[in-house]
Design a protein around this ligand. Structure first.
Ligand SMILES: [Zn+2]
Length: 88
């Protein structure tokens, strides 16, 4: 099943990050805030459509997996999606 959903994350400093979630896999409950690096918590789909979506979730390809840290490989094994900035 492929569904294109939009979710938002809010960090303790009030930065809200919009993420397009278009891949099969588990969206993480916490991400690193792109603005300040703090842990940002998922707000789910509540704010969908009200903000700009600057990031997306994806599953890395084989080239990227080769360069991963152990922690990232663990994340990959658990099918937790990775975050990247949307290139304009
Ligand atoms: Zn922040």
């Amino acid at each position: 099943m492929t569904c294109h959903s939009k979710v938002t994350y809010l960090c303790p400093n009030g930065h809200r990050t919009g993420v397009i979630d278009s891949e099969e896999g588990v969206s993480p409950y916490l991400i690193q805030c792109p603005e300040c690096g703090e842990k940002a918590r998922s707000e789910g789909y509540f704010f969908a459509g009200h903000i700009n979506y600057t990031h997306m979730f994806y599953m890395p390809g084989i080239e990227e997996i080769r360069q991963m840290t152990d922690q990232q490989i663990e994340q990959y094994k658990n099918k937790v999606l990775f975050l990247k900035k949307i290139e304009k």
